[in-house]
Design a protein around this ligand. Structure first.
Ligand code: R5P
Length: 301
């Protein structure tokens, strides 16, 4: 098996190869003067099982195009099997037509990946697992709450002497409730959720007033993605107003676009913990997902 690090995921690709004890090769990559992408395999991949690691964070469309080029080229060059490892899969939140006339964007992305020749797909904490039905090949979603909760337990709770009874895990919306249940069952603490509403035109989010049992507690807000930080900031302000002692924001994919970090800080979030599915600023505490990805690969290849 050869692990290829795409332009968006060189470091993670290398860690995955190390965990598998497999050969690691960086794809050769450049941009043409007009902005088009160029990729080239610097070794022969004919007859090999090829694992392409390419996350699709901003600029999503560029990273997706690079992924499609790498997958199709691998197949054309005679790879026996191509597995795409896309730790952060873009467009997963547009998984249905919220307004008439919209595309189901994740369907388009997954069909393109399949048509380019990807035999299998591994991703991490996809927004909704059901979306994988749009990929006709074998698809695996790695759950992020387990490694994140284990990290929180061993690296935060143990070192700071925090008891499970001090902690409440909060889902900032109903969609994240299963995540909160999984996380809290590992930590052995309470969980709760808020109900969030998003205006589909303006993108503005609001939360339904709810009394939570968070006074003097350490609140851990869990989600799949922190993008603008709006969702977590709302939840954090809410629990701070209700007397929470400290707030952690924990997610799989810390996209943190624009002024998200400041927004979270202003809302009273003291720490952000995320997986290394994409590059993050130094303020984010990072949990390595490479072993979980390597493990999933051994079941596929
Ligand atoms: C939405 O359902 C997702 O799970 C996240 O809660 C959301 O995408 C986060 O976005 P933002 O950080 O922009 O509020």
């Amino acid at each position: 098996m050869i692990v290829i690090g795409g332009p968006a995921s060189n470091n993670l690709g290398e860690l995955i190869a190390k965990a598998l004890n497999a050969e690691y090769v960086r794809i050769v990559h450049k941009l043409f003067p007009d902005g088009e992408s160029y990729v080239r395999y610097p070794i022969s991949i004919s007859g090999e099982d090829v694992v392409i690691v390419q996350s699709t964070y901003y600029p999503q469309d560029k990273h997706l195009m690079e992924l499609f080029l790498m997958v199709e080229a691998a197949k054309d060059l005679g790879a026996k099997r191509v597995v795409s490892v896309v730790p952060y899969l873009a467009y997963t939140r547009q998984d249905k037509r919220f307004l008439e006339g919209e595309p189901i964007s994740i369907k388009t992305v997954l069909r393109l990946l399949w048509h380019c020749g990807s035999d299998a797909l591994i991703t991490v904490e996809i927004h909704k697992e059901d979306s994988l039905k749009f990929f006709p090949g074998k698809a695996v979603n790695i759950h992020a709450m387990k490694p994140l909760a284990n990290y929180f337990k061993s690296k935060v709770m143990e070192s700071e002497g925090i008891e499970p009874s001090d902690v409440v895990v909060l889902a900032p919306d109903k969609g994240a409730l299963n995540r909160a249940i999984e996380f809290s069952s590992i930590v052995g603490c309470e969980h709760d959720y808020l109900e969030k509403f998003r205006d589909r035109i303006t993108g503005e989010v609001k939360v339904k007033p709810k009394s939570l049992n968070v006074r003097d507690k350490i609140v851990v807000i869990v989600d799949d993605i922190i993008s603008t930080g709006g969702t977590v900031a709302l939840a954090s302000n809410n629990v701070r107003e209700q007397g929470a002692r400290k707030v952690y924001a924990i997610c799989a994919h810390a996209l943190l676009v624009g002024n998200a970090l400041n927004k979270l800080k202003k809302a009273g979030v003291s720490s952000i913990i995320a997986l290394n599915t994409l590059p993050t600023p130094e303020e984010v505490e990072v949990v390595d997902a490479s072993n979980d990805i390597a493990q999933a690969l051994t079941t596929l290849v």
